[in-house]
Ligand binder design. Structure first.
Ligand code: ADP
Ligand code: MG
Length: 696
């Protein structure tokens, strides 16, 4: 791309464009709305809408859409053109303030978890002025929230914005306690690292499992996987390189700070990391990134797989959510700082996160629970299903020193007194990394590594923001009453760390010993989605979200239902796809191979009776046995699916899928994969793992 700085964000109605095109008062009013979450005056909306339209029309745009994020986890849009008829049969291009602020998509087919009765099926979308409008596919896209007429959130953006507001309220209380009078707003920031696979599009289209489920349901292990570690950070293949270049350019035009592109551990696996930004924008940008990955891949004859586990036997894909808290003046509150005051403030925020992660480990686990992610978590390639927190050995020593009121093992062996002492310099420079931890402190931010690659990052950040808001609120309640701030602060940090010490773990999270140790510590180990989701609506969690006005109890139950339903539906589609592949493709392929082997043997015998037919006979015997077994396993799976009808309770149904259907699918797969290793290549009905993973 020529002139990158100039072209960056060329498709975004961003600050520079607004400043350039809006009257000064309008611009200032809009800025106030964006920065302080103030309401937008409708008369101002009209001026903004007009300027947006003019800007977009100059770029060849004819349509606009309210771009929103329903609970499907992806994005939705309905395009309207700008045209408005005028006398004489012509049209003019129009876009009103009303159209900018509010839309009414017929949204009755989006999941609502029963929140929206069909008689009031229409929801409405409302502009989120904190996220810039942009042009995609010649359409002006306006980032919007999506609600029902009675005000319940039907999307992922609304609660995310509410959770950011909750955190802002509580973090400001804490900052005031430390004498900070300047900060007017606190936001969380996120940089989500996105992993993905690229496979050849033609090969992809030959596999029903990839087409319908986004992952392979069958596939024997290829002779070579990731054991040589030769793909990680390896030379990028030409076609992939061209894809990455194209992708970066598309994202830059959309104002997405795509920064780093590299190969990941598994063959055909890659990663894109953006520069972090405010959480709701990061969430919008991550959705755009996923969409662009898919679109740009097509242009290169590739298909981008965002599923958490497209291939068994090699690593799956996650999304590392780097999260921090920042003031409007750009101070990172999870950065240790230099003075005792900054250090104390840092330690308080850090302690708040420690307490939050321990008390709400169930919510964090539930926020990453999907059928796809179940294949990753706990599979020794991704964090386990147990939530714990890594702070590194050096910071741990400081925390231990605070907890035990003893000197820590540094050069000068000083005792750490919060609010009095300065943290040693190493904490800022630490490069100490533990790749196995689900939740790691990495010097000035936390990296939550459990989220799945296909997930919207909204859900996890709603949880992170709200649980941090809650512990900060509890701290502020205590400290606002304090008569001796420094001493009370020290005791609060010390006592809180001591009570939540069990969540801190710096060791190897993949080791079997950790599972036992975690159990001893009383940490949860929720292995599957069906186990984790019920925690979402536990009383303490409903109270949390209601207290901070992030979700109503009704919204939470609706979400729980949608997530459970999503789990069951995903497994149902996978099981049905399996049945079809076995019956229509695999068994006939085995049969064809057997027929040819039998015919060969018979012909050999006719021509040369003394000639051995040992190979053909052995193969036919083995194939017949295995295909009979496959037929039987498939039959069992089919019956298991029919029995689903007996369950009317969603949670029970989810448990049934987990215990019976998944197991039956696994048994079917094992037999089919063995057959794949025996049947001749030209007979096998699908591209194999070798084809998919090594032919990009
Ligand atoms: P690495 O973890 O590979 O050393 P970095 O630490 O530079 O790389 O960043 C990894 C990701 O974390 C990037 O997406 C980056 O933008 C993001 N990140 C860095 N600082 C912050 C922050 N303060 N808040 C949120 N995300 C951040
Ligand atoms: Mg990472």
């Amino acid at each position: 791309m020529k002139n990158l700085p100039e072209n960056f964000g060329s498709l975004v109605f961003n600050d520079a464009v607004m400043r350039d095109r809006l009257p000064k008062e309008t611009y200032n009013a809009l800025k106030r709305t964006m920065e302080q979450g103030k309401h937008l005056d409708p008369s101002i909306a009209h001026i903004v809408a007009n300027a947006m339209k003019d800007w977009a029309v100059e770029k060849g745009v004819t349509h606009f859409t309210h771009w929103f994020q329903p609970m499907t986890g992806t994005t939705a849009e309905k395009h309207d053109s700008f045209i408005s008829p005028v006398a004489g049969g012509g049209v003019i291009m129009e876009f009103s303030g009303k159209e900018l602020i509010k839309g009414e998509p017929d949204a009755s087919s989006f999941p609502s978890g029963g929140l929206r009765a069909t008689f009031e099926a229409r929801g409405y979308t409302a502009w989120d002025p904190t996220s810039y409008a942009f042009i995609k596919d010649d359409t002006l896209c306006i980032p919007t929230a999506f609600c029902s007429y009675s005000g319940e959130a039907l999307d992922k953006k609304t609660p995310l914005l509410r959770s950011m507001e909750a955190l802002n309220r509580q973090a400001l209380r804490i900052l005031r306690l430390f004498g900070d009078k300047e900060t007017v707003h606190v936001d969380t920031t996120v940089g989500p690292e996105q992993e993905y696979f690229l496979v050849d599009k033609k090969l992809y289209e030959e596999r029903k499992d990839l087409l319908f489920c986004g992952r392979t349901l069958f596939g024997a292990k290829p002779p070579k996987g990731q054991e040589l570690d030769d793909h990680y950070f390896g030379t990028i293949k030409t076609r992939v390189q061209a894809f990455m270049k194209d992708l970066d350019e598309e994202l830059w035009k959309l104002g997405v700070y795509a920064k780093t592109e590299h190969n990941e551990v598994a063959p055909a696996q890659h990663e894109l990391a953006p520069i972090f930004t405010t959480t709701n924008i990061a969430a919008d940008h991550n959705q755009l990134t996923m969409e662009m990955m898919k679109k740009v891949a097509e242009r290169h004859g590739l298909t981008c797989l965002l599923h958490e586990k497209p291939f068994a036997g090699v690593n799956g894909s996650g999304k590392h959510n780097n999260w921090s808290i920042s003031t409007n003046t750009g101070v990172n509150l999870l950065d240790p700082g230099d003075s005792p005051r900054e250090n104390a403030q840092f330690l308080l925020f850090l302690t708040a996160v420690v307490k939050a992660v321990d008390e709400y480990q169930d919510l964090l686990r539930a926020s990453v629970a999907t059928a796809g992610n179940d294949h990753r978590l706990g599979a020794n390639e991704a964090p386990p299903a147990i939530v714990s927190m890594f702070v590194g050995d050096e910071l741990m020593e400081v925390l231990e020193s605070i907890m035990r009121e003893t000197a820590y093992e540094s050069k000068d062996k000083v005792e750490m007194k919060v609010g009095v002492h300065t943290l040693p310099r190493f904490i800022k420079d630490t490069t100490d990394r533990n790749r196995t931890s689900p939740f790691a402190f990495t010097g000035n931010k936390f990296e939550f590594r459990m989220p799945g690659s296909s997930q919207s990052i909204s859900g996890i950040n709603i949880v992170l923001n709200t649980i941090a808001a809650e512990t900060l609120c509890q701290f502020a309640d205590v400290l606002e009453e304090s008569k001796d701030f420094t001493s009370d602060l020290h005791n609060l940090v010390k006592d809180t760390l001591t009570s939540h010490r069990r969540i801190l773990f710096n060791g190897n999270n993949y080791s079997p010993e950790w599972v036992l140790e975690a159990e001893k510590r009383g940490l949860l180990n929720l292995k599957t989605t069906a186990d984790a989701l019920p925690y979402f609506v536990h009383e303490k969690n409903v109270e949390l979200f209601v207290k901070h006005k992030v979700f109503t109890a009704g919204e939470m139950h609706a979400r729980y239902e949608i997530m459970l339903e999503g789990y069951c539906k995903t497994l149902n589609i996978e099981a049905l796809t399996m049945l079809e592949m076995v019956k229509k493709d695999i068994l006939p392929a085995v049969s064809n191979y057997c027929r040819d082997l039998t015919a060969t043997a018979l012909q050999k015998r006719q021509l040369l009776p003394e000639c051995s037919c040992e190979v053909e006979e052995a193969l036919v015997k083995r194939l017949s046995k295995l295909s009979a077994c496959l037929y039987q396993k498939n039959d069992k799976l089919e019956k298991a699916l029919l029995d689903c009808k007996a369950y009317t309770d969603l949670q029970e149904l989810a448990n049934y899928y987990r215990d019976v259907v998944l197991l039956s699918m696994q048994e079917t797969r094992t037999v089919a994969d063995e057959l794949e290793t025996i049947v001749g290549s030209s007979y096998w009905p699908y591209p194999t793992y070798c084809d998919l993973l090594f032919h990009v």
